[in-house]
Design a protein around this ligand. Structure first.
Ligand code: C5P
Ligand code: MG
Length: 160
């Protein structure tokens, strides 16, 4: 049996009424969006960092710096797709993804299936290997006050 490795990812973005809310490549309608140099897909960023971590390949800022014109305004799912490719080149395949988005509002549960499908397609694994969970911050702290959103992820990889 091949060796398994786990990686941990976390990200945060400020909320903004002027920006879209994109999570796992899915646009969520409403008046809450996220600020950022990219599309601010906080979930895709956390999963990308978890995957890079599992493969000991550094972090998202190292591979996709804001200063690199190649990735400017890039769809974050493209960055995740690229990280999957880097991990594969390093000899790893993704076993599963678990994640949590912490956002006070809007309610996200109706979009869970769409996010899981979008992430599974991007990572190249079956739907039942991708989990996306949601939490509020109980009105406490910057997330609870609606000023930011966070995401956490764990990715397990197996050596090819
Ligand atoms: O954070 P809390 O425990 O109150 O979340 C209760 C439920 O609401 C969770 O099951 C979660 O899936 C859902 N939720 C959601 N959208 C959010 C936060 C929580 O759908 N932004
Ligand atoms: Mg980010």
């Amino acid at each position: 049996m091949g060796e398994y490795r786990a990686g941990l990812g976390w990200d945060v973005h400020r909320t903004s009424a002027e920006r879209p809310l994109i999570l796992g490549g899915v646009a969520i309608p409403g008046d809450v969006g996220l600020e950022g140099h990219s599309d601010a897909d906080v979930l895709a960023h956390a999963i990308t960092d978890a995957l890079l971590g599992a493969a000991s390949l550094g972090d998202i800022g190292m591979h996709f710096p804001d200063t690199d014109a190649r990735w400017k305004g890039a769809d974050s799912m493209k960055l995740l797709e690229h990280a999957v490719k880097l991990a594969r080149e390093a000899g790893f395949e993704v076993v599963n993804v678990d994640s949590t988005v912490i956002l006070e509002r809007p309610k996200l549960k109706d979009y869970r299936r769409a996010m899981r499908e979008s992430l599974a397609k991007c990572v190249g694994i079956e739907l039942d290997r991708v989990s996306v969970k949601f939490k509020t911050a109980e009105k406490v702290g910057p997330v609870g006050e609606g000023r930011s959103a966070e995401a956490q992820a764990v990715v397990l990889v197996r050596m090819l």
